[in-house]
Design a protein around this ligand. Structure first.
Ligand SMILES: Nc1nc2c(ncn2[C@@H]2O[C@H](COP(=O)(O)OP(=O)(O)OP(=O)(O)O)[C@@H](O)[C@H]2O)c(=O)[nH]1
Ligand SMILES: [Mg+2]
Length: 454
C-alpha cells in the first residue's frame, strides 16, 4: 500500500439499486480493505479472482454467501484497494452486510465518492467521471453510446488536443516576449498567425460537437402555444403517446402548464402544453395565460399552433400576432392544424418555418417531427459523438472568446503580452473541463449529484 492511500478512510456502499434482485453488490474502497476482507471473508482473496465465500458476521455466523473479489490498488477503479462482495440482492441482507462492513472499519460513502476517488487518484479525468453519471442517467441509446464515448476519453482527447496547440503557441509567444530584441520578427511571424487560425478552426469544430453532446444530455424545451382550441393539447397527447392533457371542444380547456418528457431520435425533448392565449376575464384562465407567457420566455423552441380550418385566409395575421407575443422568431415554428377540415393551400414564404398538419388524420406529423429535429440542430449523422454538459460548453466558449480576443490584440495592437495572457485564460478554461484546474466547490457540486455507490 502506498503512503497516499493509507491516508484515506475506507468507504462502503451498496452498488446495486435498492430493492430486490438476484445479486446485490457491496463495494468497499480504501486503506482498510485488507483488514475488512479478513474479518468478513476470513482471508484476503487472491487479486482479481472471483472467490466463493461466506460473508461473516461479528460472531462468526454467515450473513450471506457469495463471491468476493479483491482489486488491489492502484489498478482498481478508485486507484485504492477495492473489495466487492457479491451477495443476494435482498434489501435486508444487503443492509446487514453493509452494517457489518461499517462495524469492521469503513464508513458509508457519500454520493459519487468512488468516482471522486478515481478522479483524485488520476484514474479518470473530470469529464470522464461526469460521463459515468451521464451513462447511468441516459434516457436513450444514443445518449448512452455518446456517454460511453466520453467515458472512454474521446471528449477529453479533443480538449487535450486543443489545449496542446494553445500551450505550444503560448510558449512560443512568451519566448518571443522574453527576447524583446527579436520581438519585431516575432510579431511578423507568419507561423503565429497560422497557429492561431488553426486553433480557431479546431475550436469551432470542438464547439459544434460539444453543442451536440450538450443537446443530447440536457435536452431541449419545446412549448406549444396558440389561441384556444387550435389543437395544442391534441398534439401534446400525440407526441407523448398518452392522454397527458385534457382535450375538449371547449375553448380554454387547458389552464395549467402541462409538461411531458419524450425522446425524439434519441434527443430528450421536454414538451410544454399551455393555456390558449386570448383576453380573458376568468381569473383561473388569466393565471394560466400568464404562466403560458412565462414558458414562452424560457423555451428553447416554440411551436405556434393555428386552427387552419378557421383561419385559412388570415393565418399570417394570427401568426404575426403570436410571434409578437412570443417576442422572438428564433426557434419558432408555425403549425397550421386541422387541414383535414380545410384543404391546405400553398404556403407562401414566411419569416419562420410553416407546416400544415392534422392531428386527427396524422397528416404532416412526420414532416413536423423532421422540422423540429432540424430546428434542434441535432445531427444524427455525426459520427463519434460524445456527451457533454452545459458546464463544458460554457468553458469552451470562454476559451474560444479568449483566443479570438488574443488574435485581435495581436492584429490591432501588435500586443504579444496580451495574446499570451488570453492564451493563458483559454488554457485554464479548457482545464476546467477535464478537472485539472477546478475549484473544490465545483468538484463538490459535480460529485454530489451522483448516485450513492458510484
Ligand atoms: N378536425 C380536427 N379537429 C381537431 C384536430 N386537432 C384537434 N382537434 C379538435 O379541436 C378541439 C380542441 O383541441 P385541443 O387539443 O383541446 O385544443 P387546445 O389548443 O389545447 O385548446 P385550449 O386548451 O383550449 O387552448 C378538440 O375538439 C379536438 O378534438 C385536427 O387536426 N382536426
Ligand atoms: Mg389545451
Amino acid at each position: 500500500m502506498t503512503g497516499a492511500m493509507a491516508h484515506t478512510d475506507t468507504i462502503v456502499a451498496i452498488a446495486t439499486p435498492a430493492g430486490r434482485g438476484g445479486v446485490g453488490i457491496i463495494r468497499v474502497s480504501g486503506g482498510r480493505v485488507a483488514n475488512i476482507a479478513e474479518l468478513l471473508v476470513g482471508k484476503l482473496p487472491a487479486p482479481r479472482l472471483a472467490t466463493f465465500s461466506n460473508f461473516l458476521d461479528a460472531d462468526g455466523s454467515a450473513i450471506d454467501q457469495g463471491i468476493a473479489v479483491f482489486f488491489p490498488g492502484p489498478h482498481s477503479f478508485t486507484g485504492e484497494d477495492v473489495l466487492e462482495l457479491q451477495g443476494h440482492g435482498g434489501p435486508v441482507v444487503m443492509d446487514m452486510l453493509l452494517n457489518r462492513v461499517v462495524q469492521a472499519g469503513a464508513r458509508i460513502a457519500g454520493p459519487g465518492e468512488f468516482s471522486q476517488r478515481a478522479f483524485l487518484n488520476d484514474k479518470i479525468d473530470l469529464s470522464q467521471a461526469e460521463a459515468i453519471a451521464d451513462l447511468i442517467d441516459s434516457g436513450s441509446q444514443r445518449a448512452a453510446k455518446s456517454a460511453v464515448n466520453s467515458l472512454q476519453g474521446r471528449f477529453s482527447e479533443k480538449i487535450h488536443e486543443l489545449d496542446d496547440r494553445i500551450v505550444r503557441l503560448r510558449i512560443h509567444v512568451e519566448a518571443a516576449i522574453d527576447f524583446p530584441e527579436e520581438e519585431v520578427d516575432f510579431l511578423a511571424d507568419e507561423l503565429i498567425h497560422q497557429a492561431l487560425a488553426e486553433i480557431e478552426v479546431a475550436m469551432a469544430q470542438t464547439l459544434a460537437q460539444t453543442e451536440q453532446g450538450a443537446i443530447l444530455r440536457e435536452g431541449v424545451t419545446l412549448v406549444f402555444a396558440g389561441r384556444p382550441n387550435a389543437g395544442k393539447s391534441s398534439l401534446m397527447n400525440y407526441f407523448s403517446g398518452r392522454e397527458t392533457s385534457i382535450v375538449t371542444s371547449v375553448a380554454g380547456t387547458t389552464r395549467d402548464v402541462v409538461k411531458e418528457d419524450i425522446h425524439l431520435d434519441g434527443v430528450p425533448l421536454r414538451l410544454v402544453d399551455t393555456a390558449g392565449l386570448r383576453d380573458s376575464d376568468d381569473l383561473v384562465e388569466k393565471e394560466g395565460i400568464r404562466r403560458a407567457r412565462q414558458e414562452l420566455e424560457t423555451a428553447d423552441m416554440i411551436l405556434l399552433m393555428i386552427d387552419y380550418s378557421e383561419h385559412a385566409e388570415d393565418w399570417q395575421v394570427q401568426a404575426d400576432g403570436l410571434l409578437a407575443e412570443a417576442g422572438r422568431l428564433q426557434g419558432a415554428i408555425v403549425v397550421l392544424n386541422k387541414i383535414d377540415k380545410r384543404a391546405l393551400e400553398a404556403i407562401p414564404a414566411f419569416k419562420v418555418p410553416v407546416l400544415g398538419i392534422s392531428v386527427t388524420t396524422m397528416e404532416g406529423l412526420s414532416a413536423l417531427k423532421a422540422c423540429i429535429q432540424q430546428a434542434i440542430g441535432f445531427d444524427a449523422q455525426v459520427e463519434g459523438n460524445f456527451i457533454a454538459r452545459s458546464r463544458h460548453l460554457d468553458a469552451l466558449r470562454r476559451a474560444d472568446e479568449a483566443v479570438r480576443m488574443g488574435g485581435q490584440q495581436l492584429q490591432t495592437l501588435q500586443a504579444g503580452e496580451l495574446l499570451a495572457e488570453e492564451l493563458r485564460i483559454a488554457h485554464e478554461a479548457l482545464n476546467e473541463i477535464t478537472g485539472e484546474f477546478s475549484s473544490d466547490d465545483l468538484l463538490g457540486q459535480i460529485f454530489s449529484s451522483f448516485c450513492i455507490g458510484k
